[in-house]
Design a protein around this ligand. Structure first.
Ligand code: GAL
Length: 400
């Protein structure tokens, strides 16, 4: 009898503990900023089944999967029509979504998809308005692991129609729409990362976690040029306290390897996203990427800054004209320092002098340059000659 009651008590304790962790289940995904690839930045509406399989293959072959890139995310333009029962079908570019998901999973990867709370997506395809539960169940039945939910037509079709000129009421409608999909995803029982895409409206970082958001775009769309990258990066300043395990600010997907970005710009972009603990979703043509781009995307020491277990988003510590200094505190007391030259006209005639005391550091520091892999000494007031749009990214293991 005593054995039986002890057993009963143990079972009850286990159930109790399991239940305590129930509300935090949604937090189990995205404990570090999500890493993977998304089709939009390079392929846009040209994405198809073949291209997604090729991207999955390239993630494995390039070493990206082993470096941490897990999610293969299909963005807009996969959607077909709904049938009489409301079931959404894929369009002809995606003949078998379940088969595609199985293929991606067979590579040791996860798969993501895209929709809108409005009647249409941004590219004019079928959205989820009125079909949230049904769509969430459909994603789960395919084995989807990640949903990017993009506001788009919800603005004119719901917010502006139902609450004309009443912005606070419009914002409440928007919160409710994200909450509805979060609940629908949760009801499937399948863990899915929930990515809010509404361009930062209504200080999204303040309420996104309460509607189940694991990451949320804080800005408009990124483009493959330094102005856009810098603008999105800048808008993260001051938002550090809102990021942490399970919930991240998203300055948008990577443009590394896209457009005419120079190697310095690609390096700077990747370094700053790491300092920001930003999601690292590559957005380039993976099967055709150049080795130097692969080397940037797979730099494990830079990725480790992004993925650091402490989950702290870095901060802009000081700015001197066109040079910015950011730091990120890391687990175990280490510190990452990024010095970014945003300008075009800083030469060896007037190099930038790094002020260590402004970073809370006292005297010389042993550091590692994460792009050259060399150990070096950071000294108070040292002159740094940074080419235009380039960065120094250093890790100080034991800051003094
Ligand atoms: C935009 C979004 C982009 C992409 C696009 C698809 O609203 O910010 O990242 O998803 O829609 O139509």
């Amino acid at each position: 009898m005593r054995v039986f009651s002890t057993l009963l008590a143990t079972v009850a304790a286990v159930l109790f503990l399991a239940c305590i962790s129930c509300p935090s289940r949604a937090q189990d995904v995205a404990q570090t900023p999500p890493m993977g690839w998304n089709s939009w930045n390079y392929f846009a509406e040209k994405v198809d089944d073949k291209g997604v399989r090729a991207a999955a293959d390239a993630i494995v072959a390039s070493g990206m999967r082993d470096a941490g890139y897990v999610y293969v995310n299909i963005d807009d333009t996969w959607e077909g029509q709904r049938d009489a029962k409301g079931v959404l079908h894929t369009n002809s570019k995606f003949p078998d979504m379940k088969g595609l998901a199985d293929y991606v999973h067979s590579k040791g990867l996860k798969i993501g998809i895209y929709s809108s709370p409005g009647p249409k997506t941004c590219a004019g395809y079928e959205g989820s308005l009125g079909y949230e539960e049904q769509d969430a169940q459909l994603y789960a039945s395919w084995g989807i692991d990640y949903l990017k939910y993009d506001l788009c037509s919800f603005i004119p079709e719901v917010m502006e129609k139902q609450a004309p000129n009443d912005h606070p009421a419009q914002m409440r409608l928007m919160h409710a729409a994200y909450d509805k999909m979060a609940k629908a995803l949760k009801a499937t029982g399948r863990p899915m990362v929930f990515s809010l895409c509404q361009y930062g409206f209504d200080a999204v970082w303040e309420w996104a976690p309460s509607v189940g958001g694991n990451l949320w775009r804080t800005t408009g769309d990124i483009a493959p040029n330094m102005y856009s990258i810098y603008a999105n990066m800048s808008l993260q300043a001051g938002l550090s306290s809102y990021a942490g395990p399970g919930h991240w600010n998203d300055p948008d997907m990577l443009e590394v390897g896209n457009g005419d970005l120079t190697l310095a710009e690609n390096r700077a972009h990747f370094s700053m996203w790491a300092i920001l603990a930003a999601p690292l979703l590559a957005g380039n043509d993976l099967p055709h990427m150049k080795p130097e781009i692969r080397n940037i995307l797979t730099n494990r020491e830079v990725i480790a800054i992004d993925q650091d277990k402490l989950g702290q988003q870095g901060s802009r510590v000081y700015v001197e004209g066109e040079v910015e200094v950011w730091t990120k505190h890391l687990a175990g007391g280490a510190l990452a320092v990024a010095v970014l030259n945003v300008g075009d006209t800083r030469y060896s005639t007037h190099p930038f002098h790094l002020n260590l005391s402004s970073l809370g550091l006292h005297g010389s520091q042993k550091a590692r340059d994460l792009w050259t892999g060399k150990e070096f000494e950071l000294t108070e007031g040292m002159a740094l000659e940074l080419p235009s749009h380039d960065v120094l990214l250093a890790r100080i293991a034991a800051p003094k």
